[in-house]
Design a protein around this ligand. Structure first.
Ligand SMILES: NC(=O)c1ccc[n+]([C@@H]2O[C@H](COP(=O)([O-])OP(=O)(O)OC[C@H]3O[C@@H](n4cnc5c(N)ncnc54)[C@H](OP(=O)(O)O)[C@@H]3O)[C@@H](O)[C@H]2O)c1
Length: 325
């Protein structure tokens, strides 16, 4: 891997410059990842910073009461270099731990104001609507996020988990610099419907689930025995033939990673970052060694022949999936 200074990437047409890997704060929220501890979470965020990551992706709902933001705030207090903080509004946990989507303008404003308090900052760099609320006209949610940008609560707006039509409605009401969508080797088509509009409007993409919640880190065997409390078991990709097909792909990735002298996680992330539709790969971690490993992928540039080989494997995996779905 080359040891050159890290190239920061621009987010859309904004003046924000971020590391190509963004640290995903979901695991350190402790909501679904098992064995999360505050000391390990703090060490993980610090390891991300020390590995060159300057982009942090959190949300109002990352924790039942903002646990991820609390960790972030504590670690950043002793970090003197600039960072870019993205956060999201419009989703929260009720006291019963039920997840609620709430895109009403007054909720979005209240969430955003609380985020500033949690993080001890005066302005968020990027504020996303977490997901459209089917009970609220999207233009109303967008209007509230636009107002938060006008007021200076956030510098820029973004939106997550949208269809093309929803993106168009949102962007008309509230110009966004970044969209956040799931994208990985097992779901490579998820951005396709949005791609030409994103390009036309100069909207950047942050891909999430790049490691498919750990599966594409390549460390679980086919026989992996999950803790019954591990929520990943509820994901279709962690079950039955989808799990076997994913492992067929991972076996091939292991061979290529071995030839390149990198890990499967690094290969997967480097492939993701080589995709023209992707600007930033969001990678979650709950242990410092995980983010140290994944951050190394920012230095891994894949040769055209390797990328072509990976494209063929991804396409084969997809066609096997479609044939059996
Ligand atoms: N906008 C949205 O609606 C939305 C939705 C989902 C995610 N996101 C964002 O995207 C980020 C990424 O998604 P994610 O965190 O859910 O999943 P992810 O990045 O695909 O996977 C993270 C998990 O993979 C495992 N892992 C990470 N690095 C590893 C390594 N080097 N070796 C082995 N295992 C490793 C860890 O799980 P274990 O140690 O438990 O195995 C970790 O918690 C989130 O944190 C969040 O910021 C946004």
């Amino acid at each position: 891997m080359q040891d050159e200074p890290l190239q920061l990437v621009p987010i859309g047409n904004s003046d924000l410059r971020v590391s190509p890997i963004g640290f995903g704060c979901w695991p350190i929220s402790g909501v679904s990842s098992l064995g999360v501890t505050t000391p390990a979470s703090e060490q993980t965020v610090r390891a991300a910073l020390e590995s060159g990551i300057n982009f942090f992706d959190s949300a109002y709902s990352y924790g039942y009461t903002g646990e991820a933001d609390a960790v972030l705030a504590r670690v950043l207090k002793s970090w003197s270099h600039p960072v870019v903080i993205a956060n999201k509004v419009g989703m929260y946990y009720a006291p019963s731990h039920e997840r609620i989507v709430d895109g009403r303008p007054q909720t979005l404003v209240r969430h955003a104001e609380e985020l500033l308090r949690r993080l001890g900052i005066e302005q968020l760099d990027l504020l996303y609507l977490h997901q459209p609320d089917p009970q609220v006209p999207l233009a109303e949610s967008a209007g509230a996020v636009a107002e938060l940008v006008r007021r200076g609560t956030a510098r820029y707006a973004g939106v997550c988990n949208v269809t093309l039509e929803q993106l168009q409605v949102f962007h008309r009401e509230c110009p966004v610099i970044m969209a956040q969508m799931p994208f990985n080797m097992l779901q490579p088509e998820s951005l396709r419907p949005l791609e030409s509009y994103l390009q036309l409007e100069g909207i950047a993409v942050a891909a999430y689930w790049v490691l498919m919640k750990g599966l594409l880190a390549g460390k679980m065997t086919r026989e992996h025995v999950f803790d019954p409390a591990d929520r990943r078991l509820t994901y279709p990709i962690y079950q039955g033939t989808a799990w076997q097909r994913a492992h067929d792909l991972i076996d091939e990735l292991r061979e290529i990673a071995g030839q390149l002298g990198c890990t499967v996680a690094q290969l997967v992330i480097a492939w993701t970052l080589a995709q023209p539709a992707v600007d930033v790969a969001l990678c979650g971690a709950k242990r410092p060694e995980q983010i140290r490993e994944t951050a190394q992928a920012m230095k891994l540039k894949l040769e055209a022949t390797v990328l072509e080989r990976l494209e063929r494997l991804v396409a084969r995996c997809r066609s096997n999936t479609s044939a059996q779905d």
